[in-house]
Design a binder for this molecule. Structure first.
Ligand code: CTP
Length: 442
């Protein structure tokens, strides 16, 4: 039964002003074109949950592309239409995107068994979606602005914290929804409903993932790794038999959970640094999932999950480095090595390799060493250049690099700081080198 409720007030209170104006403008545009316009999906869900979300999805009962072009003109936005699906993306001058979809009866091929005539086109559009919590719509056209439309009990499920599919073929039609269900469950701390969980188990028995391309599975696994509580999500996947269904080698034993938990902790820590360089979080988890595997086993997985060549190279080269780095790091710890030595050990690693190494270290001092490298050493630069050294009367050549390297080591070790000190240090190095070889003529 369709339930309607006015949430205009909540909308005005919870959403940023610029988003409210956007929605109002979209509604007015719809009214002018005589088509109904709704905000739908994750945007509505998150608003009810009080979670900020700028990804606006609109559904138009009518010509979505014409609507998008009109709204785009008013907003000075670029409009990218997709004629085949009658959808469009608006890209606003500030970079924000709005997705527009067309809801039209003749567009739908399924579900064949339903009495189509009785359904509004909005309802049909929402019925194609994954979970009830994603099927809420808000009417945007002026007389109805702020009216919440709930065909499938989404409000109640949001209140109860339940992830529920709309019909029993949902996972057969789109198996990636199984991974999405787990992702939403962890993100919102919701629970997959009883019937929905039975449908998942049933889908597993039907080997549902066998038909799914590796690339699509990998994409969903990556989203899982980047969302909240990835370890719990992976454990849930494993316990439902999903990981082993994708590939038997993905089934990780309980003994690996400590490492994965440590990876989660390290990534949370790294995110809090707000560094510009973002790691491929999924790759860090993948390194954890395949720890202890041989090359063939890793290749079996990267090929099942259709890793692109560059990611395969990243995984393989990192794995080649890891053992050696771990050995050197242990030595470094024992010998109480310098910061410059630490730099030499860690600088060949990718960011993913560094985070994995930090997670993998059992000794707290070594974990701290990697974190110190990430926060303090990796970006250290020097204030002396090649042309400074040339002015010291040295011919350009391999010795230049040696001198610059020595200065860098001194800076890393905190022996010199200012440019003056660095120049002095370089001059001393140059002089001692000049003593060994004929003086250069400038
Ligand atoms: N959807 C679906 N089946 C999928 C993927 C998406 O039915 N396999 C639907 C969902 O109902 C969702 C909408 O398409 O509301 C948009 O997808 P997406 O942007 O991925 O979902 P959000 O709910 O916005 O999720 P997120 O917050 O992770 O962006």
């Amino acid at each position: 039964k369709r339930q309607e409720k006015n949430i205009r007030q909540i909308l005005l209170e919870r959403l940023p002003k610029d988003i409210v104006s956007l929605l109002q403008l979209a509604g007015q545009t719809g009214q002018e074109l005589d088509v109904a316009v709704y905000a739908v999906g994750g945007f509505v869900r998150d608003m009810l949950l009080g979670i900020p979300n700028d990804d606006i999805d609109l559904v138009v009962e009518g010509d979505g592309i014409a609507f998008a072009q009109d709204l785009g003109r008013k907003l000075g936005a670029r409009v990218r239409p997709h004629l085949k699906f009658r959808t469009a993306v608006l890209i606003l001058p500030g970079g924000q995107k709005i997705d527009v979809a067309t809801a039209r009866l003749e567009y739908y091929e399924y579900p064949a068994a339903l009495p189509i005539v009785e359904l509004s086109s909005l309802k049909m559009d929402l019925y194609r979606r994954d979970f009830s919590i994603n099927t809420l719509a808000i009417h945007l056209c002026p007389p109805h602005f702020g009216r919440l439309v709930d065909f499938f009990g989404g409000q109640q499920d949001i209140k109860d914290g339940i992830i529920r599919v709309l019909h029993s073929l949902s996972f057969v039609e789109d198996p990636t929804r199984i991974i999405r269900a787990i992702r939403f469950e962890q993100r919102f701390q919701f629970k997959i409903g009883g019937q929905t969980e039975r449908l998942i188990k049933n889908a597993v028995r039907l080997n549902i993932f066998q038909k799914l391309s590796g690339a699509r599975i990998r994409h969903e696994l990556r989203l899982l790794a980047e969302d909240s509580a990835p370890l719990d999500a992976f454990i849930r996947m494993r316990d439902l038999g999903l990981l082993q269904e994708i590939h038997p080698l993905l089934h990780f034993p309980q003994t690996k959970e400590a490492l994965l938990e440590e990876i989660e902790r390290v990534i949370t820590w790294y995110k809090l640094l707000f560094r510009e360089e973002a790691p491929d979080i999924w790759i860090v988890y993948f390194l954890g999932l395949v720890s202890g595997f041989d090359t063939h086993q890793v290749q079996a997985l990267t090929s099942r999950l259709r890793f692109p060549p560059k990611r395969i190279e990243l995984v393989e080269s990192t794995r080649r480095q890891l053992r050696y780095v771990a050995m050197q790091l242990a030595q470094w710890g024992k010998n109480e090595g310098s910061a410059a030595d630490l730099y030499d050990i860690l600088s060949p690693l990718s960011l993913e390799g560094l985070l994995y190494t930090m997670a993998k270290q059992r000794k707290l001092e070594l974990k701290k060493a990697v974190s110190h490298y990430l926060t303090h050493l990796q970006d250290v630069g020097i204030l002396v250049t090649g042309s400074d050294i040339k002015k010291m009367g040295l011919e350009p050549g391999p010795r230049f690099a040696n001198i610059l390297r020595a200065v860098k080591r001194a800076v890393l070790n905190g022996e010199v700081r200012t440019r003056e000190d660095q120049l002095k240090y370089a001059r001393r190095m140059a002089a001692s080198l000049q003593g060994q070889e004929p003086k250069a003529v400038s």
